[in-house]
Design a protein around this ligand. Structure first.
Ligand code: AMP
Length: 611
């Protein structure tokens, strides 16, 4: 394992973890422990109870899993690891339970015979009972279902040595206080307890006082200053779509050099390879690459032989290169301090800089922490659309032609073209067009419009708040991706589709997201079936399937956006003012879009209450 560390963080090898566990995280490409890991792992390895103030995205799963696995490895070596559950993790939702179980399994990859079982509500008992009968060393469960299995006698927790409360505040918010108390009370007194929580309300303090034994409290404080000359933006994006999103931004955003920060050594290579394959001059640097080679790479970045550096935090520490105009947080950092360090690589020497952060659905909270710690809002940016990328490609292409015409001696080539034109009786434009195809070597110059939908799907249904995506229509940002058309250009539907007109437009404050949300929800269409959207002052044009069923027409005849009936009709163009359109008063009634579910009255029900 590389021993390079951040100045104040010890290497993983100094935390007391077992060699097998160290081997696994080395293989996973983790370079340094995150702050929460560095602070809690030694105490947990030493057997202390811990209260950790940490949220998802800080690396807390490894913080509690690695010490528990270290103890299990030791017990296993001593022949003391019995068949009954050794470690119980309580998590508020089935999603988190599955995630934590998966992480535990990955972290135990080099430990023979460790089995992990998630058990959660809302799923049939059969497979869980089978799993429990087979036996598991680690159980990750939602509190309700854990209690159920305990009372049925299918879960014997009498040998539990580690109990972890993950997202404890969330568990209490979801009404699991009683279950959590019961489980804590009905498990062996001498167990080690680790409690992780993003916040520390009184109820959590009470649990800690009642059930934890002289716990060490760990919270990772954030340092705060960011430079004012750095513009900070973020994009909501699903993990798999990050490469495409990065390429689109790089294609459309004027930049000089950039650093792309990723989390692991393997990711530096993967992302650099993807960028190189897309024609960018990119290189990976990580803690495994010897110092002298890293220095050479940085020199290449300085003198412009490469433009993009894909780096881990360790490798990019202290990097001072003036021409870095952009920092991409391709993987969100595990703590706010690294965020500040990372974005400080741009905006050097008084220049302005751009920091762009990719945020996946699970990482919304981290985004809020970053804003809180830096005391600066991070502004949401929309991903460039296919039309944006194509416009930028055409610009660059024209620019190359103009440059070549201005700087190259083309006499001989001109003669060649002239003689070809004469010999084959072919217009010069056709010859030029053929040469463009030759230059592009079979690759299309422009992006296909279909690419739009895929990326739009990966970016949509995100919300800055913690509401579920299903509670709302797609975001404006996503829908904006639906090919904006050049001003005045006719709206043309694709095959199988037709253009429709609706009676709400810009003056009513309508955004594409409202239209997609309302139409998709009311007519039961998928967002993919909704094509281009062109918002005009008093009406909008929407591309929908050519044939709509009677039911869909009926549903859409009642659909309102911003309080206005949309009055859907087939568009016959040309597109003047909507015949029946009247000046909307939607501005006064912007709330209550049809696609918004009405706010639930009465006591808030837990979202994932199991059982
Ligand atoms: P968590 O907060 O446990 O959900 O972890 C957030 C993400 O960070 C997960 O994808 C982990 O695989 C990853 N991760 C955790 N610790 C480290 C580390 N020390 N270095 C790199 N990645 C890590």
């Amino acid at each position: 394992m590389t021993e390079t560390t951040q100045p104040d963080l010890p290497p993983f090898s100094a935390l007391g973890l077992s060699p097998h566990v160290l081997g696994t995280i080395e293989k996973m490409g983790y370079e340094t422990p995150s702050p929460i890991q560095a602070e809690t792992i030694p105490h947990l390895v030493a057997g202390r109870d811990v209260v950790g103030l940490a949220q998802t995205g800080t690396g807390k799963t490894a913080a509690f899993a690695l010490p528990a696995l270290t103890h299990m490895a030791e017990d296993h070596a001593a022949g003391d690891l019995g068949p009954l559950p050794n470690t119980l993790v309580l998590a508020p939702t089935r999603e988190l339970a599955i995630q934590v179980a998966e992480a535990f399994s990955s972290y135990s990859a080099q430990l023979e015979g460790i089995s992990v079982l998630p058990i959660y509500g809302g799923a049939p008992y059969g497979p869980q009972l089978q799993g429990l009968r087979r036996g598991a060393n680690v159980i990750v469960g939602t509190p309700g279902r854990v209690i159920d299995h305990m009372s049925k006698g299918s879960l014997d927790l009498s040998e539990v040595k580690h109990l972890i409360l993950d997202e404890a505040d969330e568990m209490l918010r979801m009404g699991f206080a009683e279950e959590v108390d019961k489980i804590l009370a009905q498990t062996p007194d001498n167990k080690q307890v680790a409690l992780f929580s993003a916040t520390m309300p009184k109820a959590i303090r009470r649990i800690s006082e009642d059930y934890l034994n002289d716990p060490v409290e760990v919270s990772v404080k954030a340092k705060t200053t960011t430079s004012a000359n750095i513009r900070q933006r973020f994009v909501f994006i699903k993990h798999h779509a990050k490469p495409e999103a990065l390429v689109r931004i790089l294609e459309t955003e004027p930049h000089d050099a950039a650093i792309v920060f990723v989390r692991t050594r393997s990711a530096t290579e993967e992302v650099a390879n993807k960028l190189t394959a897309r024609g960018f001059r990119a290189t990976a640097i990580n803690g495994d690459i010897p110092q002298n080679l890293r220095e050479k790479t940085v020199e290449s970045l300085k003198d412009g032989r490469i433009d993009l550096l894909v780096a881990t935090d360790v490798a990019a520490r202290g990097l001072d290169v003036e021409r870095i105009s952009h920092v991409f947080n391709y993987d969100i950092p595990l703590d706010t301090e690294s965020y500040v360090h990372r974005i400080g690589r741009t905006g050097r020497a008084g220049r302005s800089g751009e920091a762009i952060l990719f945020v996946t659905p699970r990482e919304r909270r981290m985004l809020r922490s970053i804003e809180k710690a830096t005391r600066q809002p991070v502004e949401q940016m929309n991903l460039p659309t296919v039309a944006d990328v194509n416009a930028s490609r055409l610009d660059r292409f024209s620019e190359r032609i103009t440059q070549t015409l201005a700087t190259e001696d083309l006499e001989d080539y001109r003669d060649l073209v002239t003689s070809y034109v004469a010999e084959h009786n072919t217009p010069a434009e056709d010859v030029a067009a053929a040469l463009v195809a030759v230059v592009h070597d079979g690759r299309p110059l422009l992006l296909d419009e279909k690419a739009e939908d895929e990326l739009a799907r990966a970016a949509q249904n995100f919300d800055r708040e913690d509401r579920t995506a299903r509670d709302r229509g797609p975001r404006d940002g996503a829908a904006r991706e639906r090919a904006p058309r050049a001003k005045g250009a006719p709206a043309v539907a694709g095959p199988g589709n037709a253009m429709y007109k609706i009676a709400v437009g810009r003056q009513a404050g309508v955004a594409p997201g409202h239209i997609v949300g309302a139409i998709a929800n009311e007519a039961g269409l998928s967002a993919r079936q909704i094509g281009s959207i062109d918002i005009r002052p008093t009406h909008s044009l929407v591309e929908l399937p050519e044939t709509l069923t009677k039911d869909q027409w009926a549903a859409l005849s009642k659909t309102r956006i911003g309080g206005e009936l949309i009055r859907l009709e087939r568009d016959s163009g040309p597109h003047g003012t909507f015949s029946g359109g009247r000046k909307s008063d939607a501005g006064k009634r912007r709330t209550g879009f049809d696609n918004d579910r009405p706010a639930k009255k009465g006591p808030k029900k837990p979202r994932w209450r199991d059982r």
